[in-house]
Write a protein that binds this ligand. Structure first.
Ligand SMILES: C[S@@+](CC[C@H](N)C(=O)[O-])C[C@H]1O[C@@H](n2cnc3c(N)ncnc32)[C@H](O)[C@@H]1O
Length: 297
């Protein structure tokens, strides 16, 4: 056990479960730096307690006993590589739900998609590519797909569209792929959409194949330059409610990459409480009823 830590231990069947542990400031700096360098998430000083409780889950699972031991473990070339996946699961906040930002969906349906289609018509292109970056368990990507199927497809029956959702957290990506949700996730979904695009099985709401066929999910770290360079030619990117976890430098880095991933004339949406002010001057700001968007000119 390290000198800086004060630990309360409880003996359960011979194994030591660490119930609470205060991380020294020195160790907090090391952990915060490691997380920041690997995924851009920056733990502010006032979130130290949160990091402690999240890391303790992994420390207990692995039986490592302390934050120092866990740091040593994650820095190990072999064990650490595999463990990063579980670390990311422990430290990310994955709150999301269907139809979380209806004003943005309205802007997409009423203005942006018609604009993209008009431009594509001129260029003989017929496919729209959308990226839900930091998609968590997939609700955002499926909400976009449902809106397009219900409100755009009747007018443009030949329209092809594809939505890819990506996230750093392996567990939420697997949930997204399954497309099976509980009541909490669909709490703001219009009843008409629930009836038409979901199959109810007990407490489960299962996204219908008609929607799923347009949506795919994969693991991607927004802070990984190599992975980010594989994401290109998007007409619309959603990157909502993730920049809030980054510091200014990581916001700038990620937004620059998103800019590169967009087609010329492509659109970016971020979260209600987020802004590109002081982060990027490359986009034109667009004002829609109750929401704003950004356009790559
Ligand atoms: C609060 S959720 C937002 C989900 C959805 N975009 C929405 O607005 O409802 C934030 C997501 O960002 C993901 N995330 C955090 N850092 C990331 C990174 N460096 N790369 C990819 N995803 C990341 C988390 O795993 C989490 O699922």
């Amino acid at each position: 056990m390290n000198n800086f830590s004060s630990t309360v231990l409880k003996d359960i069947s011979q194994s030591s479960i660490v119930k609470t542990q205060i991380m020294s400031n020195v160790l907090f700096e090391k952990w915060r730096q490691f997380i920041y360098e690997n995924c851009g998430i920056f733990y502010q000083d006032n979130k130290k307690y949160l990091l402690e409780s999240r890391l303790l889950k992994r420390i207990n699972y692995l039986g490592l006993g302390s934050f120092d031991n866990y740091l040593e473990y994650i820095l190990d070339n072999v064990k650490g590589l595999n463990e990063k996946k579980y670390l990311y699961e422990a430290i990310t906040i994955n709150e999301t739900y269907f139809f979380r930002n209806q004003p943005q969906l309205d802007a997409l349906i009423k203005t942006i998609i018609p604009e993209i289609l008009e431009k594509q018509n001129r260029n003989n292109k017929t496919k729209i590519q959308i990226w839900s970056a930091a998609s968590s368990s997939g609700e955002e990507a499926y909400s976009v797909a449902i809106s397009i199927i219900d409100l755009i497809m009747p007018r443009y029956p030949n329209l092809e569209f594809e939505i890819v959702g990506t996230d750093l957290n392996y567990a939420v990506v697997e949930t997204a792929k399954k497309g099976i949700y509980r009541e909490y996730a669909i709490r703001t979904t219009p009843a008409y959409y629930l009836k038409k695009y979901f199959t109810v099985d007990g407490n489960n709401y299962i996204v219908n194949p008609e929607v799923k066929k347009h949506v795919s999910f994969k693991l991607l770290n927004l802070y990984d330059n190599t992975g980010m360079r594989t994401m290109s030619n998007f007409d619309v990117i959603y990157c909502a409610n993730v920049l809030i976890y980054f510091d200014m430098n990581s916001k700038i880095k990620v937004v620059n990459q998103l800019y590169n991933s967009l087609n010329k004339g492509g659109y970016l949406f971020i979260g209600y409480s987020e802004t590109l002010h002081n982060i990027s001057k490359a986009f034109k700001i667009l004002s829609f009823p109750k929401s704003i968007g950004y356009k790559k000119e």
